[in-house]
Design a protein around this ligand. Structure first.
Ligand code: HEM
Length: 172
């Protein structure tokens, strides 16, 4: 039980990476942009009743769900593989919200596939709004993993912490 009382040291390595750059942060940019864009185009359809916006929404939400699932696979491999990530409650909070987001986006796409125009008001719009809120919440918690817990941030070694030697004031 003692381990539950100990704060976890900050920092965790990445295992799903390209040339040492973690893939998950590269991939999440797509669902974030596509799903927020899908909410905006649903609002544009609601306002203008132009079916063009309904077709754009269908593509954005489908692409957002697809890219989100790819990003989720990369994130899940990190979560299950890396002990320092797995043991943090913050990682599981992010995971739960991300899975809710992916389920909402997928359902939103499936329900509007047959009738992209007629299914927007009110159900599609409500699901896109919920998706946008979940993007914000999941993205915020993902950011905490990186900026507060230093997950997938390369740890500098002792000798590299001051590469420009700024702390050396001997010549001033
Ligand atoms: C479904 C399972 C998911 C898991 C298990 C997961 C896990 C993780 C992990 C472990 C990190 C730390 C960085 C890393 O190791 O690469 C992270 C960061 C992040 N995640 Fe996820 N994630 C998932 C899905 C998503 C989705 C769908 C989004 C889209 C909103 C998202 C948004 C973010 C953001 C914005 C960061 C911070 C990236 C940065 O600032 O560099 N994640 N996630």
């Amino acid at each position: 039980m003692e381990r539950f009382g100990k704060p976890l040291p900050s920092g965790a390595p990445t295992v799903v990476a390209f040339a040492r750059h973690p893939l998950h942060p590269m991939l999440v940019t797509f669902p974030i942009a596509f799903l927020l864009g899908g909410f905006a185009t649903d609002l544009a359809y609601w306002y203008s009743e132009d079916p063009f916006w309904a077709r754009v929404s269908l593509w954005l939400i489908g692409a957002g769900a697809f890219m989100g699932i790819l990003a989720g696979i990369a994130g899940t491999v990190e979560l299950l593989w890396v002990k320092e990530i797995r043991r943090r409650p913050a990682s599981w909070n992010h995971f739960v919200l991300a899975v809710m987001l992916l389920a909402t986006a997928s359902i939103n796409w499936v329900l509007r596939y047959e009738d992209p125009v007629g299914s927007i008001v009110p159900r599609g719009l409500a699901l896109s709004g919920l998706g946008a809120a979940l993007v914000g919440a999941a993205g915020w918690l993902g950011g905490k993993l990186v900026f507060e817990h230093q997950i997938a941030v390369e740890q500098e070694n002792e000798h590299d912490t001051d590469p420009l030697n700024l702390a050396d004031h001997s010549d001033r």
